[in-house]
Design a protein around this ligand. Sequence first.
Ligand SMILES: C[S@@+](CC[C@H](N)C(=O)[O-])C[C@H]1O[C@@H](n2cnc3c(N)ncnc32)[C@H](O)[C@@H]1O
Length: 521
Amino acid sequence: MGKQAQNRERSSDSDHTAVMHNTRTGSADECTHEARCLHTEIASSTMGEVKMSIKCNIDPSKFRMPSLEAVFRMVEDKCFRSYKSLPPNFSIGSLINEICECVEQVGNDHTAEYNIQSDSFDNGRNLQKEPMMNGAALVKPIACISRGGGKYKSVEDSWILETSDNDQANSMVAQHLAPSHLSRTHDASDISRGEEKVRISVVNEFGSDQCPSPFYYKQRNLVSQKAYANISAARIGDEDGCADCFGNCLSAPIPCACARETGGEFTYTPDGLVRAAFIDECFSVNLFPERHRNFFCKPLERSRNEAPPEPCRGQLVRKVIKECWSKCGCNMQCGNRVVQRGIACNLQVFFTQEGKGWGLRAFDELPKGAFVCEYVGELLTSMELHERTSQKAHKAGYTYPVDLGADWGSEGVSKDVEALFLDATIYGNVGRFINHRCYDANLVGIPVEVETPGHHYYHLALFTSKKVEAFEELTWDYGINFDDDKHPGGAFQCLCGSRYCRGRKRHRNRGKAAVRVRRRG
Ligand SMILES: C[S@@+](CC[C@H](N)C(=O)[O-])C[C@H]1O[C@@H](n2cnc3c(N)ncnc32)[C@H](O)[C@@H]1O
């Protein structure tokens, strides 16, 4: 494809991309060219994209949408006819490239003589709401200070790095910090502070100064001191990976050993999506465990229940994705490595309208089976979690601890200390902002084995359970039994809005019970 055609393709592609987000805009209300141009506009996003638009006045009665290529060709012809001294390789594509270069140059040099609009911008430091595009407020990046203020505190001092397996970030051990010592500053243009490959902005369209609660952003789970999660490379034998593979395992004629866990077939499609049938099955296992009679005794229940212990309700044996990893011969772009490559979609933390606090959404439409993020936190034993939740400071209910169970792949009885939880209260990623929705959530949590084939610890990855529209809130069924007040995350009044809401029914029933009691009284 020639350079000109490529340029054209790129510009028409960008016409299809979603609206710019976290955007700073500038406009020229009156076009200096008389003709039909009504309005030109330039907008920049914190993702490093700039979009320029031209609004034209046309007579709609005869108008049929032309292709961008046809328009460019006509403009080029007109230019050649009007301007006799154009270079032979002139094209609208090269002109657009020129404009992009100028946007970058003028935008980076704030003192430049061309920078005459600086009054309408503010160097991106302060939060300013811009008009809504596609229903989403465009918010300029800010340094977002949580209530109570305080200075940004470097977190790196509080890590100890284990030396057993340096290429796994999981070998980090978290030191417990009381929430009052946490950093109170979030960078609203990227809450991950550069830990993720993509920027994850924060917006509060309701204009209040409220910010997400303080926590340390971490891209990978951290293992607490006591958690039994031995992930040293030495523990993993060659038979647990595909040492002889090369390149991309998905394109090999026979699925490699890593597909053994999933019946000899890879879970991922060549497009990087989890197969629809696998998603449906995981969704069903999570929602209707009673239909999948493959569970065994759950140590946590034994430890939580008072004596005499209640009969064990069992633990579900879950479906799992096994990804290739560092000891496999394939490369990092292998199609059987999706979760370990990290977040790839454009996400935003936003303040929900319904009173659920902060939530998560994606800027773009996501197909069924797309990886969104992991639920990252501190890997704790059930006992450690119990100790924490009994401390007042940890009871704030910011996050919901995720039950990973214990050695869930075998039917043996594990020790209580081996039951693991992920607690994202202090260390976590964007997964900690995903709100709960009863039954019809658009995400499903699937265990993913990367560096631990022993089934005693896994990554919990969230994939779309159906097609998700751009800007739709991403939700996940936490599997809460709203009647269980003993849950370590504490009960909350469910505001998910689902017609199948379990929490609403419970609150309604409680309300009815209260009315009955009052009437009787
Ligand atoms: C994992 S956090 C989700 C992020 C949280 N909304 C925030 O602002 O940080 C879980 C907490 O969010 C709130 N939450 C999540 N889903 C909810 C729902 N459906 N209705 C009401 N509150 C919800 C509860 O306070 C819960 O303990």
